[in-house]
Design a protein around this ligand. Structure first.
Ligand SMILES: Cc1cn([C@H]2C[C@H](O)[C@@H](COP(=O)(O)OP(=O)(O)O[C@H]3O[C@H](C)C(=O)[C@H](O)[C@H]3O)O2)c(=O)[nH]c1=O
Length: 186
């Protein structure tokens, strides 16, 4: 049975599917809608994504899509490990501008559910880390947006120094949260 644990920002949920081990290895139902429905999360996912990051210290984020293509994400590491982060960017939220993080590893199989209204990002902890994740809205480039990964006002304690982080050109120049008019509200 999959277990669900609400994090310090309770809309963000750590998900731990059960692994059935034997002498060959293990079997795991990595996603079962009925388990999520029973927990009260009726998200309908419509797209699976995969990204490979070759080095330790690759930072992807902080990303989100704006409405009407806002995305909830169910994230896991299929190989390697990441420090995964969600930032509350909903106007009026008591946790606006606050973040929660969790280590997601292929070895343990944890997953993070990141709801609408949160920016998402991760930092790789191992080389050749493969991140796979479900989203509940299709990719919409015109609605693709971001916040600066190391915005001092958010203060994420990333496991990589700024000078060592490996970022896309896009992610180096994302706006700070204070300079971004978030379209999300609680
Ligand atoms: C997200 C996405 C991207 N692309 C194309 C667009 C670019 O040509 C290429 C790389 O895109 P990007 O640099 O935005 O990829 P990431 O930096 O891994 O971004 C993702 O990483 C963070 C952690 C997220 O939470 C988002 O899912 C997503 O923004 O893939 C697609 O064709 N479909 C897609 O759904």
């Amino acid at each position: 049975m999959t277990t669900f644990t609400r994090l310090a920002i309770p809309d963000v949920v750590l998900v731990q599917p059960k692994r059935h081990g034997d002498e060959r290895g293990y079997f795991c139902e990595t996603y079962k809608k009925s388990d999520f429905d029973a927990f009260g999360i009726d998200t309908v996912f419509v797209q699976d994504n995969e990204s490979l990051s070759r080095h330790v210290g690759v930072v992807r984020g902080l990303h989100f899509q704006t409405p009407p293509f806002a995305q909830a994400k169910l994230v896991r590491a299929a190989r390697g490990a990441i420090f995964d982060v969600a930032v509350d960017i909903r106007k009026g939220s008591p946790s606006f501008g606050q973040w929660v993080g969790a280590t997601l590893s292929a070895a343990r199989g944890e997953q993070l559910l990141v709801p609408h209204g949160f920016a998402h990002g991760f930092c790789t902890l191992e080389p050749d880390t493969l991140v796979v994740y479900k989203v509940d809205a299709p990719y919409a480039p015109a609605n693709d947006a971001g916040i600066l990964w190391d915005d001092p006002a958010i203060g994420i304690t990333w496991p990589v120094a700024a000078e060592a982080a490996i970022l896309s050109a896009k992610d180096r120049v994302q706006p700070r949260l204070q300079d971004y008019a978030t379209p999300f509200a609680l």
